[in-house]
Every structure is written in structure tokens, then in C-alpha cells.
Design a protein around this ligand. Structure first.
Ligand code: ATP
Length: 737
């Protein structure tokens, strides 16, 4: 393995001579100078060409080619590439060095690629090649290409300066195995307040998912820190490249759990040169579509209930409102109610008698509605029918010769028509949905659930109370969307080329089934981690709940077991929690990145704040750029935040309303920490009351601990959580404060 730095030019674990290292470095330095000079020159040439805004089609095409080249060159200027792969195709005589970067750059005079886009078929070798003497293959549009890899080299270039050269495979060296050296170097870095791209170190198992075919619903179970979010974002960039003729960025959408998370991931796609992909929460997306004047009910009280501990701890089962209203059986029942509503939509007395002797027969009305217009959504059919009956009336009036009689008939018939329409159903989606809930006042319902179907009384009561105030719960949105689309149809701009659902374990089957109607060819990336399913009152218990929504040949299931975020010690510690609380759960496999042991600190109750403050100060004096103090509930975090202010420590309190993750020091309740990561984590109050044991507590504690990249401190008073039993020796150090 060869490692070379710009400044130190030292080799770590030297297996080659200094001379070789210097010559590799020198070679790359010269190559970089040539490439950068070419890019700079080409970019300034292109920038000198005036932009074309005219009508000539040929000129427009040329301008668009120039614009793409300008964009790629500008993107490639500072860091033209990050990797080199020397590959000899079977039919070629020698190996060619391929430089791989975020943006493809081609020498337009020779047609040779100077830099190959990381998404190009041949670049897949850079990621999939896992060593060995044998041939390597990749799939190109013209078929499978086979050949030999001679060299895999990682290069760090910043602002056109070559900073690091690491050979992770060299066929000519004595031990030609691919090493993790470069990956470990990247993982060891500190993080700021944004998730970053990983193009230079995508791993083979991640690459397989990124490059999966478009028309598949991918369901991915990945342990904490396995790169699910990151992989999903890279997959979008890949799909846009690979299927550029078929899909558009504006027609792709990412659903994430909250706005803070969206802000946290917002840098990755621009870094990959991808813009315009819609990024939202299911709630925001649905509320906008529903359009009725409804808002979401305040969920503070509910959250307090779901995340309470000790004697207040809730029982979570399938009668929890989110589970119940998110179920496929609820969806099927609503569909049945809608079909019944449609079947009885045209009233019994559908004859329209304009005046004695002139009647539009009910049979004709029914035929128009149920036959001719059957392809339209319900309300569209009604609109069409209204216009048609108006036309029918006009024609009937034309047959009346006497103008005075005609005038009189027109007036009376119009009046009658108004009354006629009053006998037709006129529900809004919300009033229809509301009428599915049994009402104790016995008010007549416009719709009803199928026979034998019962709704838990507590759910009906809570829902009706909210509806009366024009409030909805998040779990009402998918049902309401379904009803709305049945009545009015879905707008074209709400049909997507691809849908990503992140933290999908918190989604309901109803939501996924609804989105299925909005995506072409079932093109989905659905990812999450059941062990982090802390919203069990609404989320799924098994991926089969989603997989069952897709045909067997249209879906694929992947597992990601390797965890990249945290050190080996932190992962082992987190695995102990899983083994104690969720013995069936998938254990994470750490990459070989060793750090400090997890510090498990016991302190006295009256020294709680003092111990937390001391730990924070120690961490602030160290290398960590982002630090989180993770507490059990929102209320406890709020109190701690105030106490820290009194101790002159300024931190950001992350609560449910928070829309931006700022970095630095944060105080965050464990259920809101999901999805984020910090260089160091201080998980406080890990006692046997707050994390008493069982699935729910294990998931919360697991989420909390796996947020740490490099350093984890776990503090408690009295007895530690039983979920920590056995966490010692190789992963944890116990300390008395
Ligand atoms: N191949 C890789 N190279 C470098 N870093 C990686 C790689 N894969 C993942 N990471 C890093 O690991 C961390 C975790 O990634 P990410 O947040 O995407 O994981 P996740 O599976 O969504 O996590 P969680 O479910 O715990 O929220 C990030 O810092 C990411 O940059």
C-alpha cells in the first residue's frame, strides 16, 4: 500500500520504497497540473462564447451542449477527480488509467475522456472491485466487459492541490488486496452540520443498491450508520444520469421525517451536481394536495404520551391511531366505502322532468354517468353530467316554438334543475372521511364502512373532536388523499418518476400504497431500520408490510449490515443494547475503525448537572466539532438547556419545531436525534427508570448511542439501564464520577 501526503510525504505502513512513493506522487502531480490547466483553459474558452437565446433549433442544441460542458467543467475545476483505476480490457494490449470524478470531462478534440463521471458504467469497477488476481467485469450498454485491474488509487485534491495519494490495490505489489485505508481516513474525519457525499469511498454493497434498475421498488433494511440516506441520495444522482432520457429531476421526490432532517441532507445533491429534486415531508406534501382549510393538530401531548417512561409508559399495539389508520385493512375498508358511494351516487329518482311531457330518463342519466364517463373521477363525472343536462335542456327548449312559452319554461326548468341537483350527493373529501367515523349523535352518514368493520371507540372520539376544529392527525392524511383522488383525481404534477422514502420504518403501509399510485413503474427506494422504529405507534413491524404491496417481480429487498458512522467500540456497545432488548434485530458489523471505549459514568443525583457540564467542557476542549447531549424527553431537555445556560454553556435546544440543525453543541431528546450524527455524544440519564428495558426503550437507547461518530459518554444515576448489561470489556469503560 502506498500513502503519500503533500506536506509530509510520509508513508504509513511502508511496503514500498520511498522512491516509488515519490514517483507515484510526482506522476499524479504532473497529471493533475495538465488536467487542471486543460479544464481552466476550456472553461474560459466556453465562457467567452456568448450565450445563445435565439429561435434557431440547431443553435439551441449547440448552446445546450456548451452549457452542460460549462457546468461540468466548473464542477470539476477544484477537485477534478478522486480516483484512478488502471484497467486493461480483454481485447486491449495494455492497461489504461481511468480518472474518476464527480463530473465527466471529455477532450472534445480527441473524444478521449479526461475524467469519467462516477456514474458511468466503467466507473462501477472502481467501487465493485474487491481485489484478487482474477478478471473484473462491468456491465456496459454493449454487454459485459471483462478485463484486469492493475491499480486502484484514491486521490485527495482540494482547490487543485494534490493532498493525498493512497493506493488501495496494486497488482504489482506483493499483497494485492483492496484495503480500507482510504475509507478509514475519511470516516475518521469530523463532521459539520450537513451530511456529505461519499463518491470517493462508496462501498461495493452500497454501489449495488445505487446502481439498481429503475423500475423496481427497492426496500432496504440497514443498520444505523450503514449509509442508507447517503446511498439513496447517490442513487437519485445515478438514476438521473443513467436514465436521462426518461426521467427528470423535478419529477423525483424525497420524503423525509421532518424539516430539520431535510435541511441536514440538503447539501448532498448539490454536491453531486443535482438540483431541483423535490424534498419534503409526507405531511407537507399531503396538506398541500388536500387543499381544504385544515391544519395538523398539535401533537405535543401525544408525543409526551408515546415517549413517556416508568409507570406512564404506553402500551403500543395495533389499536394505536397511527397503526390503525395506517393499515391496509383501513385502506381497503375506505375503498369499499368509496365504491359503495359511487354505486349509489346517482339518486334513485334520477329522472329530470323539465316540464310535463319532457323528461330526461333516469336510465339515460345513469348510462352517461356510469358508462360514458366511467373513466373520470367521481366529481368530474358529475361536472360533465351537469353540462350535458344543461345542453339537453337547451335543445329541448329549442323545440319550443312560442318565445313566451319558451321563456317561461326556461325559467321554471332552471329552477327545477337547481332542486334536482340538491338531491345529489355533494360531499367534500373531508366530509366524506368524517362520515366514516361513527357519530354518537346519530347524524345521518354520507358514507359507511363495510359491514362487520369496527372502529375503536377511542379513535373515533379523538378523530371527531379534531375534525370539528378542522384539525387532522398525520395518520389522517393518507386516507384523505385517497378519498380526494377518488373524487377529483390526482394532478399530473403529482406523478413521479421516482420516489425515495427515508426513515421508512415510520411510514405506514397506507402511505406507501398511496404513493404507489403516484409513481411511474413502481420506481421506489424505501429505506429504514426496524431497530430504530421508535415511532412504533404508527410505523411498521416488518418490511413484509411494504413488500406485500408490490408484485414479487417488481420489488427487491436488500440488507446493509456494515456500519460506517461510528467506531468499532461504539458499534459493539450499541449491539449489546440490541441483544438485550431486541434479540431478533440485525446486529451491525463495524468497519475496522478503533477509537476510545465508551465511557459509562455513574454519578450522584445531586451532581447531575455538574457531571454533564464537566463532560461537555472536556469534549469542547477536544477535537469534536459537533457534540450532542441526548436526553430522554423534550421536557427534560428543555430543563437541561436552561441549566446549561446558567452554567455559561450555550447550546442549541432541538425540539419538534426546530427546522435547522446548526452544528456545534446541541441538546436533543433522543426521539428527535434520529437521522442525525455528531462527533461526540453525551447520552444522559441512562438509568433503569428512563430506559427500563423492552423493545421501545432498546430502540431509543440504540438510536441515541449510534448518533456518535467518535466518542460516546453514557451517564446515569443509581442503577444503569438493564439494556447495558454486559457492555464492558472490549467496548466500554465504567467510571465513578
Ligand atoms: N461508503 C462510505 N464512505 C464514507 N462515509 C460513509 C460511507 N457510507 C456511509 N458513510 C458515512 O456514514 C454516516 C452515516 O450515513 P447515513 O446517515 O447515510 O446512514 P444511515 O444508514 O442513514 O444512518 P441512520 O439510520 O443511523 O440515520 C455518514 O456520515 C456517511 O457520510
Amino acid at each position: 500500500m502506498k500513502v503519500c501526503f503533500l506536506k509530509e510525504r510520509q508513508a504509513e505502513r511502508l511496503e514500498v520504497t520511498e522512491l516509488e512513493i515519490q514517483s507515484a506522487y510526482q506522476e499524479e502531480l504532473e497529471k493533475l497540473e495538465r488536467t487542471s490547466a486543460w479544464i481552466d483553459r476550456k472553461l474560459s474558452d466556453l465562457q467567452a462564447v456568448p450565450r445563445y437565446f435565439g429561435d434557431n433549433l440547431t443553435e439551441q442544441v449547440l448552446e445546450s451542449i456548451r452549457e452542460t460542458a460549462r457546468r461540468n467543467l466548473a464542477g470539476a475545476t477544484d477537485e477534478p477527480y478522486f480516483g484512478r483505476l488502471d484497467f486493461q480490457e480483454q481485447r486491449e494490449g495494455s492497461a489504461r488509467p481511468l480518472y474518476i470524478g464527480k463530473f465527466g470531462v471529455e477532450n472534445d478534440s480527441t473524444g478521449d475522456p479526461l475524467v469519467i463521471d462516477w456514474r458511468a458504467p466503467v466507473a462501477s469497477l472502481f467501487y465493485s472491485f474487491t481485489g484478487g488476481e482474477g478478471p473484473a467485469v462491468y456491465e456496459a450498454p454493449e454487454g459485459v466487459i471483462e478485463g484486469l485491474v492493475y491499480l486502484k488509487r484514491n486521490l485527495v485534491v482540494r482547490k487543485q492541490i494534490l493532498q493525498r495519494v493512497v493506493d488501495t490495490y496494486d497488482r504489482s505489489s506483493g499483497s494485492p488486496a483492496v484495503t480500507d485505508e482510504f475509507l478509514l481516513y475519511r470516516l475518521g474525519e469530523n463532521k459539520d452540520n450537513k451530511l456529505r457525499d461519499i463518491v470517493s469511498t462508496i462501498q461495493a454493497e452500497q454501489d449495488r443498491i445505487i446502481r439498481s434498475a429503475k423500475n423496481t421498488a427497492l426496500v432496504i433494511q440497514g443498520v444505523a450508520g450503514s449509509g442508507k440516506t447517503t446511498v439513496a441520495l447517490h442513487r437519485l444522482a445515478y438514476l438521473l444520469y443513467q436514465y436521462r432520457e426518461q426521467i427528470r429531476a423535478e419529477r423525483m421526490i424525497i420524503f423525509a421525517p421532518n424539516r430539520m432532517f431535510l435541511d441536514y441532507i440538503s447539501s448532498v445533491l448539490p454536491e453531486l451536481g443535482v438540483g431541483h429534486i423535490q424534498q419534503t415531508t409526507f405531511e407537507d406534501w399531503a396538506l398541500e394536495a388536500i387543499g381544504e382549510r385544515v391544519t395538523l393538530a398539535d401533537e405535543t401531548e401525544r408525543r409526551e404520551r408515546w415517549f413517556a417512561y416508568g409507570t406512564e409508559k404506553p402500551v403500543i399495539d395495533d389499536t394505536a391511531p397511527g397503526r390503525f389508520k395506517g393499515s391496509v385493512s383501513f385502506m381497503r375498508a375506505i375503498e369499499a366505502a368509496l365504491r359503495e358511494y359511487e354505486r349509489t351516487f346517482v339518486p334513485e329518482a334520477a329522472d329530470f322532468e323539465a316540464w310535463p311531457g319532457r323528461t330526461l330518463q333516469a336510465g339515460t342519466v345513469r348510462e352517461w354517468f356510469y358508462e360514458e364517463y366511467r373513466h373520470y373521477p367521481l366529481m368530474k363525472r358529475k361536472e360533465r353530467l351537469e353540462s350535458r343536462i344543461k345542453r339537453w335542456l337547451e335543445m329541448a327548449l329549442n323545440d319550443v316554438r312560442d318565445p313566451n312559452v319558451r321563456k317561461d319554461r326556461k325559467k321554471k326548468a332552471s329552477q327545477k334543475l337547481k332542486t334536482y341537483w340538491k338531491s345529489w350527493p355533494d360531499e367534500t373529501p373531508l366530509s366524506f372521511y368524517r362520515s366514516l367515523f361513527p357519530d354518537e349523535t346519530g347524524t345521518k352518514s354520507a358514507a359507511a364502512m363495510p359491514d362487520g368493520w369496527t372502529m375503536p371507540a377511542a379513535i373515533a372520539e379523538e378523530s371527531l373532536k379534531a375534525f370539528a376544529k378542522k384539525k387532522l392527525f398525520p395518520e389522517d392524511l393518507a386516507p384523505l388523499m385517497l378519498i380526494r383522488e377518488f373524487m377529483h383525481g390526482a394532478e399530473g404534477e403529482r406523478t413521479f418518476d421516482h420516489v425515495v422514502i427515508d426513515e421508512a420504518q415510520d411510514f405506514s403501509p397506507f402511505q406507501v400504497a398511496l404513493l404507489h399510485r403516484h409513481v411511474k413503474s413502481g420506481s421506489f427506494t424505501i429505506l429504514g431500520d426496524l431497530s430504530q422504529g421508535i415511532h412504533a405507534y404508527k410505523g411498521i413491524r416488518s418490511w413484509d408490510e411494504f413488500l406485500g404491496l408490490f408484485d414479487a417481480e417488481a420489488r427487491a429487498y436488500y440488507q446493509m449490515e456494515r456500519s460506517y458512522r461510528s467506531t468499532m467500540e461504539i458499534i459493539r456497545f450499541a449491539n449489546v443494547i440490541l441483544a438485550n432488548g431486541l434479540p431478533e434485530a440485525m446486529q451491525a458489523v463495524p468497519v475496522f475503525r478503533s477509537g476510545d471505549k465508551v465511557k459509562v459514568v455513574r454519578h450522584d443525583a445531586d451532581k447531575r448537572i455538574e457531571t454533564i457540564v464537566r463532560t461537555i467542557r472536556k469534549l469542547e476542549d477536544g477535537p469534536s466539532a459537533t457534540i450532542a447531549v441526548i436526553g430522554r424527553t423534550e421536557r427534560e431537555c428543555k430543563e437541561l438547556h436552561t441549566a446549561l445556560l446558567h452554567a455559561d454553556i450555550s447550546a442549541t435546544l432541538i425540539d419538534a419545531q426546530h427546522h435547522k440543525y446548526e452544528g456545534g453543541l446541541s441538546v436533543v431528546p433522543v426521539h428527535l436525534a434520529k437521522g442525525l450524527e455528531f462527533d461526540a455524544v453525551v447520552l444522559i440519564d441512562a438509568d433503569d427508570t428512563r430506559y427500563g428495558g423492552g423493545e421501545h426503550d432498546a430502540k431509543l437507547l440504540y438510536v441515541g448511542c449510534t448518533r456518535a461518530l467518535h466518542d460516546l459518554w453514557v451517564l446515569y444515576v443509581g442503577q444503569p439501564s438493564p439494556l447495558l448489561d454486559g457492555a464492558d470489556g472490549d467496548c466500554a469503560k465504567h467510571i465513578e464520577a
